[in-house]
Ligand binder design. Structure first.
Ligand code: FES
Length: 109
């Protein structure tokens, strides 16, 4: 059986900081993985919840993400998470989201 022929349910992700670029990402994907595949532009380094480089803000669709992981808790407070701050490499998406981030060049060293 060839699973490649099976339809994959996708959702639209809008990369606000990348000029509002949109991409269709499979439901259940990690946001950073979807960004990498679609050239979405979310910055990253470790891809493992350690460095914090992929910190982003879910402008719309926070309800379409799974709850923050323990690793996110080391970088983002519960209050910030409730506002929409997340680590893209730890965020599973279940529906459409709009995501923005502070470009690396604009971050404090
Ligand atoms: S890329 Fe390092 S925490 Fe996400």
């Amino acid at each position: 059986m060839d699973y490649d022929d099976e339809p994959v349910e996708t959702v639209e992700v809008t990369f606000v900081t990348n000029g509002g670029k949109t991409a269709q990402i499979p439901v259940g994907s990690i946001l950073l993985r979807g960004s990498m595949r679609a050239d979405g532009g979310i910055p990253f380094r470790c891809c493992g919840g350690i460095c914090g480089t992929c910190r982003c803000f879910i402008e719309e669709g926070l309800e379409n993400t799974k709850p923050p992981t323990k690793k996110e808790g080391k970088h983002i407070s519960a209050e910030e998470a409730a506002e929409g701050h997340r680590l893209a490499c730890q965020t599973t998406i279940t529906g459409p989201v709009k995501v923005s981030w502070v470009p690396l060049k604009d971050r404090k060293k």
